[in-house]
Design a protein around this ligand. Structure first.
Ligand code: AMP
Ligand code: TRP
Length: 341
């Protein structure tokens, strides 16, 4: 069976661990909206709270961050009627399938994950068991919906390869063609948004310098100031995108401009050829404010009514369960777990 036998379905997730950045918006959210707008996919978007707690989360913060993330999805353009929006912990089938995948995945596979190595660091003895098993839960998220396409940022590529390995090993071990071999969708002009202070490092909520990132909560003045102070180099903007190859900080600003304006790199470079940074940066800042301010004010408006957010997530969980339950049931049958009929 090829993937063509499966309903074209998109699945992706973001952890509600707080601190949303422009990287999350351009690398993930904006592309989730694009996939929704294509119209040919059923889109399932998940706030992966069970992944978030693999590192310590204060319970009150987790609750607030989950609602804030839901607001971010909706404010960015995810329509909870057309797409399914829910939080992972409300659909128990995620944990149930993850357990089965814990028996399929191998210790060696997990040990090779760079996210595990980065997050556990030198003190891996003290990391949670959940952090180690994180990729098996992620494979469960995706395969529970027989998702065919998974849009993510570049940093998630390795986890998606592991998801393909889990699906292939399950299919092979049980002699079935049950789980699809999912396609990662790592596309667009800004799959890896870099730090504004260092173009070789990823823009991240955990960077100690707030000047390194644009937060979704930043006001217009802060956004403008951060772009004004962004690291560049003494050269003006070149005439071709290829000439930016060895100029990471400069390239990052061009990538951000292209992604925000929904244009190709080539288009943007042709327009700004020869421009000095002192001219380009204010253009970029204005564009960012124009695109991001409506999202942050809509988030504030939505968060004033947490009851409505919870209702949307509850409805999303019901719709997600309708897809997930039959797939979990069939998995149990394949594995030989006895169920009452
Ligand atoms: P995280 O906040 O790390 O859980 O990431 C959530 C989503 O945003 C994932 O799909 C990431 O790949 C994406 N993402 C996070 N930071 C960046 C970045 N700097 N550039 C591009 N995508 C990112
Ligand atoms: N690991 C992803 C991240 O940190 C979040 C995630 C969890 C995810 N489950 C997923 C992404 C399923 C895509 C599909 O960004």
């Amino acid at each position: 069976m090829t993937n063509a036998a499966f309903t074209p379905r998109v699945f992706s997730g973001i952890q509600p661990s707080g601190g949303l950045t422009l990287g999350n918006y351009l690398g993930a959210l904006k592309r989730f909206v694009d996939m929704q707008e294509v119209g040919k996919y059923e889109c399932v978007y998940c706030l992966v709270d069970l992944h978030a707690i693999t590192v310590w989360q204060d319970p009150a913060d987790l609750r607030a961050n989950t609602r804030e993330l839901a607001a971010f999805f909706i404010a960015s353009g995810i329509d909870p009627e057309r797409s399914i929006l829910f939080n992972q912990s409300q659909v128990p089938a995620h944990s149930q399938l993850a357990w089965i995948f814990n028996t399929v995945a191998r210790m060696g596979w997990m040990g090779r994950m760079t996210q595990w190595k980065d997050k556990a660091g030198k003190n891996s003895e003290n990391a949670s068991l959940g952090l180690f098993a994180y990729p098996a839960l992620m494979a469960a998220d995706i395969l529970l919906y027989h998702a065919t396409h998974v849009p993510v940022g570049d940093d998630q590529k390795q986890h998606l390869e592991l998801t393909r390995d889990v699906a292939a090993k399950f299919n092979h071990d049980y002699g079935v063609d049950f789980f699809p071999i999912t396609e990662p969708v790592i596309e667009g002009p800004a799959t890896r948004v870099m730090s504004l202070r260092d173009g070789t490092k990823k823009m991240s909520k955990s960077d100690p310098s707030d000047m390194s990132r644009i937060n979704m909560s930043d006001d217009a003045d802060t956004i403008a100031q951060k772009f004004r102070k962004a690291r560049t180099d003494p050269e003006p903007l070149p005439g071709t995108y290829e000439e930016l190859k060895d100029r990471p900080s400069a390239r990052n600003l061009v990538d951000i401009f292209a992604a925000l304006s929904e244009r190709s790199h080539a288009d943007v470079v042709a327009e700004v050829e020869g421009m000095q940074w002192g001219t380009f940066k204010p253009l970029l800042a204005d564009l960012a404010v124009e695109k991001l301010s409506p999202i942050s004010s809509e988030m504030t408006r939505l968060m004033a009514d947490t009851g409505e957010i919870d209702r949307i997530l509850g409805k999303g969980a019901e719709r997600a369960s309708e897809i997930a339950e039959p797939i979990l049931k069939k998995t149990y049958e394949i594995v030989g777990l006895v169920q009452s009929s």
